[in-house]
Design a protein around this ligand. Structure first.
Ligand SMILES: NC(=O)c1ccc[n+]([C@@H]2O[C@H](COP(=O)([O-])OP(=O)(O)OC[C@H]3O[C@@H](n4cnc5c(N)ncnc54)[C@H](OP(=O)(O)O)[C@@H]3O)[C@@H](O)[C@H]2O)c1
Length: 308
């Protein structure tokens, strides 16, 4: 398992993260097995959000099931998010502070290692966010901060007010949903939709500003519509390529789909969403696979992206 010091922080993080969005129906034993398998595979980073399961439910299930000794707590990085509410988004100071308190109670922890602003709130007041972050940082409740699904100008706007570094931007990325990579590859091609920049250059901005990108939904075809692995009807050439490259590396297609993301020189992290320990193992194995340029581009084009 590759790990690295997250730029702008003192955290040593695995480049694979276990996401806990889908654990609400697991029992305590299943959650412990999932988390224990991830730890055994070298994963030390766990991703939550107040909204997962609705009203802190997944955080509560995790807190009920998993107890860390003080030494273990030092080894793991617990991240959560705030900002998505029932029918609206909310980056107000009052909501950020109360939601973090509820997250800590649900997780049974005294601090979060990382807090992300989940999706850009159109009504955001940067000074209010800054005031909330100051309270959370000074009280020791949150040690590091970042964002999710935000464009470079949105981050720049926040940075004018927020005093703490914004170290992370969590974005959707898989081989089949890769606009943040594919647009740059097809820059300035008027005849290609792929050329449309949907995120204001978030990939290059992150690299230029030492912001770590975390890739969510690494196996989903598009937006929560099932996985491309094994979907031969819609992704035949991609599955052929995944199978052949997996065989060449002694891995599985899931491991190769992860390796496609970690091969990118931006040093991204991959947020796994599986609830199956065996899938954690095969996916985490992708961290140690170094795809060749030819393999990486073969997967990219087999998924339907164009090299103009
Ligand atoms: N920041 C954001 O806006 C945002 C949005 C969404 C998610 N996230 C984070 O990202 C994490 C991952 O998202 P995700 O769950 O959508 O990612 P994902 O890992 O692409 O998808 C997981 C889902 O795909 C299934 N799956 C995985 N591999 C499979 C395979 N080989 N064959 C069949 N089914 C397979 C899993 O089923 P099994 O459980 O049965 O394996 C699970 O239902 C979440 O847990 C959350 O932490 C963040």
């Amino acid at each position: 398992m590759k790990s690295f010091t997250l730029p702008q922080t003192s955290l040593t993080a695995s480049n694979i993260i276990l996401g806990l969005m889908r654990i609400s129906d697991l029992d305590d034993g299943q959650i412990r097995e999932l988390v224990g398998t991830a730890r055994d595979a070298g994963i030390n980073f766990f991703d939550h959000a107040d909204i997962y399961g609705g009203n802190h439910l997944c955080e509560r299930r995790f807190g009920d099931a998993v107890t860390f000794t003080p030494a273990e707590r030092e080894e793991v990085i617990i991240q959560s998010k705030v900002g998505i509410r029932d029918g609206f988004w909310d980056f107000s100071k009052e909501h950020i502070l109360s939601s973090v308190d509820e997250s800590l109670a649900a997780l049974r922890l005294d601090h979060l290692d990382v807090l992300l602003l989940h999706r850009p709130d159109a009504l955001m007041e940067p000074d209010e966010v800054a005031a909330a972050f100051d309270v959370l940082h000074e009280s020791g409740k949150v040690r590091n901060f970042g964002v999710s699904n935000q464009t470079p100008p949105q981050i720049e706007l926040l940075k004018r007010s927020v005093r703490q570094p914004l170290a992370i931007n969590q974005m959707q990325l898989s081989i089949t949903h890769a606009p943040l990579i594919a647009a740059g590859v097809a820059a300035n091609m008027a005849v290609l939709d792929q050329s449309i920049d949907r995120d204001n250059g978030v990939l290059d901005y992150a690299r230029l500003n030492d912001i770590t990108l975390q890739a969510w939904s690494p196996f989903q075809k598009k937006f929560f519509d099932g996985v491309f692995i094994g979907d031969r009807e819609n992704y035949g050439p991609l599955n052929d390529a995944l199978d052949e490259i997996a065989a060449a590396h002694g891995a599985t297609p899931s491991g190769i789909a992860v390796a496609w993301i970690t091969r990118h020189p931006a040093n991204m992290q991959v947020v796994l969403g599986t609830t199956k320990p065996e899938r954690v193992i095969e996916s985490a194995a992708g961290s140690d696979i170094q795809l060749s340029r030819q393999e990486w581009y073969r997967l990219f084009t087999a998924a339907g992206h164009t090299l103009p």
